[in-house]
Design a protein around this ligand. Structure first.
Ligand code: FAD
Length: 565
C-alpha cells in the first residue's frame, strides 16, 4: 500500500470512530422489529438497490432493503478525495482476491476493491458520470439479444433526471439536464489544454482505430469532453446513494432498511413451475455460525442488487447455479444455470501514467491545507471537484463497426490527482514525504489508457457453501493475447503523447503489457450488463434502476386495476 493511501486510511478510520451515525436510527430498525412480510425485498443497498427501494416505497409498496456487511458511510468520507482512504480498509472494502497469476505475471494476486457500506462501490468510487454511446447499446441488442428497452435513447432518458444544472466549481455555470436526487454537477474544464489534447488524442485515436474522435462525449457519440461529477451543488459533498435517497429526506413508513446483515439464501416455492422466489434468509454479518437466522417473506418480488460478484454467489448458494458448483457444495438445485458466475469482465485500466509540472510553470490553483479549510467552512474550492479531475477524453472505434472484438480506449486528464505516482515520482522540490507531496501539489495530468472492449472473460467461483465467505474473483485479465498486445500499444501511445507534450512521464514501462492498475479495476453488476459500455457504470446502472423501478410500479398498478375490475 502506498504512503498517501495509508495516511488517508488512517484519517478515515479515525473519522469512522469519531462520527456518530446521527439521524438514522428511526430509519434502520433492528431485524427483530421488522414485519414478517413485505411487498418487496431488495438485497444489497448499492446505488440501484437504494434507488429502487426509494421509488417502490414512495409508490406505496412496503419495502425491505437488506444490506451488509457494512453500515452507513461516515461523515468525512463524503468529502471528495477522502473517500480514497476507504480503499483497502477491510471495514469498508471487500477486497476480493484473484487466484495467483502465473510466473509470467510475477505470481501476483490481484485485489479488486468493492464497497461494503450502504451505497456499495459508489461510496469508494471517483464519482465520474459519463454515458457510453449508442453503439454500446446497439451491441447489447445485436450481440447479446438484450431487449430494445435498453437502447441508448431509453437509458439516457432515464438517467437525465439526475443531470442537474449547477455551478459546481467557481466560475462554471453550465446548464445541463433536469434535477433529481443524485446531485450531479459539472466539473470545470481544462480550457487552456483542451484543444491541444483534443488534437493529440485525435491523432493517436486515428492511428490506433482509424477513426475520428467525436468531441461531445455526452452526446450519442463519445469523444473529448467534460465529465459530470456526482457532487452536490449546495454542499460540495459527494452525492452517495444514502445521501441522495435517504438522508435528511422524509422517508416513507413503507421503507425499512437493515444494514450489517447479509442475505444468505433466497427461498423458493418449488410447487409452482417455474419455482417462485418467496422470501429470504439472512444473518448478522459477523455471525459466522449463523446462530440467529431471520426469515422474511416477499409477497410481490425479491430484487437482487448485490453487485457483480455477490449476485452470482447468492444465486448459486440459493440453488440457481452451474451444475458443478451446486454439486460440489451439496446445494439443492432450484434451477440449473451454467452461466451463473461466468462472463465476468470490465475495462482494462493502466494507471500510473502521470506528468507533473514543477510549481509555477503553469497557471494553477494550489492544492493546500487552505483548500481543506475552504471546503470545510464554505464548501468552496478545488475539493468540490473530486480528485480535481476536470476533463476527460475518449477515443472510439468506428461506431458502425462496433463489435466486442473491436476496441475502445479512453484517456483521462486529471489535475491534483492523488494517485501515489503523481506525488512520489513527480519532480518536486518540496520533498516526497506525505505532507510535502499532498499539500505542495504541483499541476498534474493523468492519462489512463483503457481498453473498453477486451476479449477476456472471467468467472466467480464459490469457495464454500457459506455466503459470508468471499468467492474467488478471477477476471483472467492476462489470458488473452490480443488484449495484452493492445494494452501495451495503448500505453506506448499515451507515453509518447505525454513525453512529446510535457517532458518526462512518471513511472517506467519496460515494454511488457501488464495492467498495472488492475487492483483498482471497477466491477459493475455483470448480472445485468452484457458488456461494459464505453462510459462509466454509475449513470448506466442508475438509469437502468430507474427503468426497473418504473416497470415494477407499472406492473403492480396494472395488476391492481385488473383485480379491481
Ligand atoms: C474504486 C472504485 C472506483 C469507481 N469509480 C467509478 C466512477 O468514477 N464512475 C463510475 O461510474 N463508476 C465507478 N466505479 C464503479 C461503480 O461504483 C460500480 O459500477 C457500481 O457501484 C457497481 O454497483 P453494483 O450494483 O454492481 O454493486 P456494488 O457496488 O458492488 O455493491 C454491492 C453491495 O451489495 C452488498 N451485498 C452483497 N451481497 C449481499 C448480501 N448477500 N446481502 C446483503 N448485502 C449484500 C455488498 O456488500 C456491496 O456493498 C468505481 C468502483 C470502484 C470499486
Amino acid at each position: 500500500m502506498n504512503l498517501i493511501h495509508q495516511k488517508l486510511q488512517e484519517i478515515s478510520t479515525l473519522v469512522s470512530l469519531t462520527t456518530a451515525e446521527v439521524g438514522y436510527t428511526t430509519v434502520f430498525p433492528s431485524p427483530a422489529d421488522l414485519k414478517s412480510a413485505y411487498d418487496f425485498i431488495i438485497v444489497g443497498g448499492v446505488i440501484t438497490g437504494c434507488l429502487i427501494a426509494k421509488r417502490l416505497s414512495d409508490a406505496g409498496h412496503s419495502t425491505l432493503l437488506i444490506h451488509g456487511p457494512g453500515s452507513l458511510p461516515n461523515e468525512l468520507t463524503r468529502v471528495p478525495l477522502l473517500n480514497l482512504g476507504l480503499h483497502g480498509n477491510p471495514d469498508h472494502d471487500h477486497l476480493y482476491k484473484s487466484p495467483r497469476l502465473n510466473s509470467r505475471w510475477l505470481n501476483q494476486t490481484l485485489t479488486y476493491n468493492s464497497g461494503k457500506d450502504l451505497g456499495g462501490s459508489q461510496v469508494l468510487s471517483a464519482q465520474m458520470w459519463s454515458y457510453g454511446k449508442s453503439g454500446d447499446f446497439t451491441c447489447w441488442k445485436e450481440e447479446f439479444g438484450i431487449s430494445e428497452k435498453f437502447s441508448n435513447e431509453n437509458i439516457r432518458a432515464a438517467g437525465k433526471i439526475h443531470e442537474k444544472a449547477s455551478a459546481g466549481v467557481e466560475g462554471v455555470d453550465s446548464p445541463y439536464g433536469e434535477s433529481g436526487e443524485i446531485d450531479l454537477s459539472l466539473s470545470p474544464t481544462w480550457a487552456p489544454y483542451q484543444q491541444t489534447f483534443a488534437d493529440r488524442f485525435e491523432a493517436a485515436a486515428a492511428s490506433l482505430t482509424q477513426t475520428r474522435v467525436n468531441k461531445d462525449q455526452n452526446s450519442d457519440a463519445l469523444g473529448f469532453g467534460r465529465i459530470i461529477h456526482a457532487v452536490e451543488a449546495d454542499t460540495g459533498y459527494i452525492s452517495t446513494p444514502v445521501r441522495a435517497f435517504f438522508e435528511n429526506r422524509p422517508l416513507s413508513d413503507n421503507l425499512h432498511i437493515v444494514t450489517r446483515h447479509m442475505v444468505r439464501k433466497i427461498l423458493f416455492d418449488m410447487s409452482t413451475s417455474p419455482p417462485r422466489a418467496t422470501g429470504v434468509e439472512f444473518v448478522q454479518a459477523e455471525d459466522r455460525e449463523g446462530s440467529v437466522v431471520f426469515f422474511k417473506k416477499a409477497t410481490k418480488r425479491i430484487i437482487l442488487t448485490a453487485g457483480a460478484i455477490r449476485t452470482p454467489q447468492l444465486l448459486a448458494l440459493s440453488g440457481v447455479g452451474s451444475e458443478s458448483d451446486l454439486k460440489q457444495w451439496n446445494i439443492e438445485p432450484v434451477v440449473t444455470r451454467n452461466g451463473v458466475g461466468q462472463n465476468l469482465h470490465d475495462h482494462y485500466d493502466i494507471g500510473n501514467a502521470g506528468v507533473c509540472f514543477p510549481k509555477g510553470t503553469k497557471k494553477y490553483v494550489d492544492f493546500g491545507l487552505t483548500q481543506y479549510f475552504n471546503f470545510g467552512l464554505h464548501r468552496r474550492g478545488q475539493l468540490r471537484a473530486p480528485l480535481g479531475t476536470q476533463s476527460y477524453g475518449f477515443f472510439k472505434s468506428d461506431q458502425s463497426n462496433l463489435t466486442t472484438s473491436k476496441h475502445y480506449f479512453s484517456i483521462g486528464i486529471s489535475k491534483n490527482n492523488l494517485y501515489q505516482d503523481f506525488y512520489l515520482q513527480g519532480k518536486s522540490s518540496e520533498g516526497d514525504n506525505f505532507f510535502g507531496t499532498l499539500f505542495k501539489q504541483r499541476e498534474c495530468l493523468l492519462f489512463t489508457p483503457t481498453l473498453l472492449h477486451p476479449e477476456y472473460r472471467g468467472q466467480i467461483t464459490l469457495t464454500s457453501g457459506d455466503p459470508l465467505d468471499d468467492p474467488i474473483v478471477d477476471l483472467k485479465t492476462t489470458s488473452n493475447a490480443r488484449d495484452m498486445k493492445l494494452i501495451g500499444e495503448l500505453w506506448q501511445k499515451v507515453k509518447r503523447i505525454a513525453e512529446e507534450s510535457f517532458g518526462d512521464i512518471g513511472g517506467e514501462f519496460d515494454g511488457t503489457p501488464f495492467p498495472a492498475c488492475v487492483q483498482d479495476l471497477m466491477i459493475a453488476d455483470a448480472s445485468i450488463l452484457p458488456c461494459p459500455t464505453s462510459g462509466h457504470m454509475l449513470p448506466t446502472i442508475s438509469a437502468m434502476a430507474e427503468m426497473a423501478a418504473r416497470e415494477v410500479i407499472r406492473d403492480f398498478e396494472v395488476q391492481r386495476s385488473r383485480s379491481r375490475s
